[in-house]
Ligand binder design. Structure first.
Ligand code: S0N
Length: 316
């Protein structure tokens, strides 16, 4: 995750030597994996916290050259710009495809904010755009990705989860909140609304009256209020937040990954319509393919097989 480091290497591929460019390192997020748990962390203090002094100077110079806005401010309450979302999607994809990972924690760096939504300094006439002119609301793709990811995603929230950041915690499967957490939608104050999952998932979580209150009044709610409303699963003291979240992860990891995968797709199926059914249908296909393999006496080796073989032998 060191910023601004690009390494090249030669690789022998399809009979030819090729120049392999490894994936660009993350600049806006921190991504870690251990003991079956992936942790995806929004980190908008990136240059200061993750780069050496030389990297910082080079990176800062590049940013001044490339960006209209000076992005290098240590505290932005983990607001996301399009580039942040691109990196989040890469990390979530990796966690999805990594067989050793069974659960994902999504969080923000520090204790002041999980995420304060879209970075307002990147919102221009054409919507949200990076210095490379990537101008669209790619956070909507991230929401869909979390919703359809076949592993549980836990939002670990300290401080503010507001605006687009509030929608991100809502689309996660579980939310563990610190006692300093604050939740709310801010969009209507700046002339915007998330009329997709931001509206429908909220309606499911807190009910139609509360959902209207949250959107119409753009009020903030503390952790205890959020708990009463059904927005979060539990509230813990700030200093216990990570410990408690890891405890939940370990409990989930003790259970059948396939059962959890199917439970997630089944719980989302009705609301997600055709795409929800497609996800659940995909799980059924996976099971039937696995069953055929076991019948033929083959050891499951495919990625899904590795995840489900334990369950499947019991199921047979
Ligand atoms: C989070 C708040 C409540 C924190 O207050 P606090 O602790 O008093 O800190 P501040 O002093 O206010 O902030 C510290 C520094 O951080 C900067 N900052 C905070 N949030 C943002 C942000 N979102 N973008 C850019 N900068 C931010 C402050 O400016 C300050 O910087 P300095 O020190 O330099 O002054 C409070 O900060 C707050 O209310 N923040 C704004 C919340 C907000 O309006 N968020 C955006 C809402 N919109 C979205 O999230 C977009 C959603 C979206 O993508 C979308 C999706 C679907 C459909 C439509 C949209 C769409 O909106 O277009």
């Amino acid at each position: 995750t060191t910023a601004c480091t690009v390494r090249f290497r030669l690789t022998f591929l399809t009979g030819k030597w090729c120049l392999m460019i490894p994936p660009t390192p993350f600049t806006d997020i921190i991504y870690e994996k251990a003991e079956g748990i992936a942790k995806v962390m929004l980190d908008i203090t990136f240059f200061l916290s993750h780069a050496s002094f030389v990297h910082y100077i080079i990176g800062y110079a590049f940013f001044l050259l490339l960006q209209k806005d000076n992005y290098n401010r240590p505290e932005r309450r983990n607001a996301f710009r399009p580039q942040t979302v691109k990196e989040l999607m890469r990390a979530f994809n990796d966690a999805r495809d990594d067989n050793s990972i069974g659960v994902i924690i999504f969080t923000g760096k520090g204790t002041k904010a999980f995420c304060s939504g879209g970075d307002q300094s990147f919102r221009g006439k054409e919507g949200y755009a990076d210095y490379d002119s990537f101008g669209r609301l790619n956070v909507l793709d991230l929401q869909v990705q979390i919703r359809r990811l076949p592993k549980p995603v836990i939002a670990m929230v300290a401080g503010y989860a507001v605006g687009g950041g509030h929608v991100l915690h809502m689309v996660c499967d579980l939310t563990i909140a610190a006692d300093n957490a604050v939740f709310g939608q801010t969009g209507p104050k700046v002339g915007s609304v998330d009329a997709g999952y931001g509206a429908s998932v909220m309606d499911r979580l807190v009910g139609p009256k509360r959902a209207r209150e949250m959107w119409f009044m753009a009020k903030f709610y503390n952790a205890v209020e959020a708990d009463k409303m059904g927005l979060v699963n539990t509230v813990v003291p700030l200093e216990k937040l990570e410990e408690e979240t890891v405890k939940w992860c370990r409990e989930i990891l003790r259970n059948s990954p396939m059962a959890i995968r199917v439970a997630k797709s089944a719980l989302n199926a009705v609301d997600d319509g055709h795409s929800g059914l497609q996800q659940m249908g995909g799980d059924a296909t996976l099971l039937s393919m696995e069953r055929r393999k076991v019948r033929r006496g083959r050891t499951p080796t495919c990625s899904a097989g590795n995840l489900i073989s334990r369950d499947f032998l019991v199921f047979l």
